[in-house]
Design a protein around this ligand. Structure first.
Ligand code: ZN
Length: 133
């Protein structure tokens, strides 16, 4: 959560998320790695749970068991997915005034690359939810 001070002077905030102006970029290779990691971790967790080793799996994988009591597997699976994606994805912001895109240079850095649309049409809602027909 934060705010973008665009070169055009507009300030975009995503404090009241989810935001239509922010998102994540994930290339094919990063997506494949993220999916593999998430699938492996969920499979390992489910196997440990079936074997009666749920608590041990959480401790071994540095999760606080008190934060994931029995019956909260959905929360853990959500967090495993977020972790796998966050590790390899880059944040992206779209200025709601001029349409410039700001892409994080690396997942672990507060460094940004700015891209200005050549169309000159301004904000196009690139990150807004797509409504399937
Ligand atoms: Zn702008």
């Amino acid at each position: 959560m934060g705010r973008l001070n665009c070169e055009c002077g507009h300030v975009t905030s995503n404090v009241q998320g989810p935001s239509r102006a922010t998102g994540d970029i994930l290339g094919d290779v990063a997506r494949a790695r993220s999916s593999d990691e998430w699938t492996r971790s969920v499979s390992g967790f489910l196997a440990a749970s079936r074997a009666g080793r749920r608590h041990e799996w959480l401790v071994e994988h540095r999760f606080d068991p008190s934060a994931y009591p029995e019956g909260t597997d959905q929360d853990l699976i959500f967090d495993l997915h977020a972790s796998a994606v966050d590790r390899v994805s880059r944040r992206i912001w779209e200025c709601e005034a001029c349409g410039r895109l700001y892409v994080q240079s690396r997942p672990d850095r507060d460094e940004w690359k700015c891209f200005r649309p050549e169309s000159g049409t301004g904000y196009e809602g690139i990150l807004a939810p797509f409504e399937a027909v």
